[in-house]
Ligand binder design. Structure first.
Ligand SMILES: [Zn+2]
Length: 287
């Protein structure tokens, strides 16, 4: 039942098995959807074939299921949505909001940390090129449901970011925004490491004449030395034989302490329904 029109999503990339950091994001977005009597959708961000690990898509789905995190409706796959992305590219192109850029990463880096629109007026390209957005928006702050008003690096968010890469693949911001619009997402729940990405994406929503969704950035899971839990940093995958322990640990990152009475691995549903009530009842903890 979707009484409120709330639609949330979890959108992992299938570059490896889920780790504790991804479980925290999945769980936080799940709880937020449940507390709002909304839908919780699963989208697989498989837009970048070289980064897809064999078996990861099945692994993500079985991992979520093992933790009682059951999504609503069919799974969305970015790899099946190229036509939609191309339509948005065409729309932006007809509005003269895109331009080709051949610059290499090395050249951009040599000119400074951010791309400064070097190729905006260029009309001819010889080598493989990416398409960049003529970014009309300088987002300097965003409203986060947990963290309040966040100042963001406007140099980063006013950058003319890439919407289609040199290799022809659609870029993350474009695919993510296009999908969020198509899926009717009302709130994006993701990790704090994506705050700048959120602000860039807000510029794209506005460029497309859309009001950006609400956002909620969750605390990050880190190693003892402060490095973020990520696939690149070789964060260990979750032990699927201990779902209640995993959920308890993930809830601790969300400032919720699960009562000791839940210990059996058959009590996934009990833990989740406890967590939904706790999330709703103690907004000062996380929200
Ligand atoms: Zn360029």
């Amino acid at each position: 039942m979707n009484q409120t029109g709330y639609v949330g999503r979890f959108a992992p990339s299938p570059s490896g098995p889920l780790h504790m950091g991804s479980l925290v994001t999945a769980l936080g977005s799940f709880l937020q959807a449940k507390v709002n009597n909304g839908k919780w959708l699963l989208r697989i961000d498989d837009i970048d074939p070289p980064r897809i690990q064999a078996g990861a898509i099945e692994n993500i789905q079985s991992c979520l299921t093992a933790h009682g995190l059951i999504w609503d409706g069919d799974v969305f796959f970015q790899s099946q949505n190229a036509e939609h992305y191309e339509r948005i590219i065409s729309q932006l192109n007809s509005q003269k909001l895109l331009y080709p850029c051949e610059c290499t990463r090395g050249k951009i880096k040599a000119l400074g940390e951010f791309y400064k629109g070097t190729c905006r007026e260029k009309t001819q390209v010889k080598s493989p090129y990416s398409l960049r957005l003529k970014n009309q928006f300088e987002i300097s702050q965003i409203e986060d449901r947990r963290l309040g008003t966040l100042q963001v690096n406007s140099q980063a968010t006013q950058e003319d970011f890439i919407v289609r890469r040199k290799d022809g693949l659609y870029a993350y911001h474009l695919a993510s925004v296009a999908d969020d619009i198509q899926m009717g997402i009302t709130e994006i729940v993701r990790g704090e490491d994506l705050i700048t990405a959120t602000a860039c994406q807000w510029a794209l929503f506005k460029t497309l004449g859309r009001t950006p969704p609400e956002c909620l950035h969750l605390p990050l899971v880190t190693f003892a030395d402060g490095r973020k839990f990520s696939k690149q940093n070789h964060a260990p995958g979750l032990d699927l034989s201990k779902p209640v322990k995993n959920l308890t640990d993930a809830l601790a990152y969300l400032n919720l302490t699960v009562p000791n009475s839940f210990q059996s691995n058959h009590q996934i549903d009990e833990v989740l329904s406890w967590a939904i009530h706790a999330w709703a009842d103690s907004p000062s903890n996380i929200l």
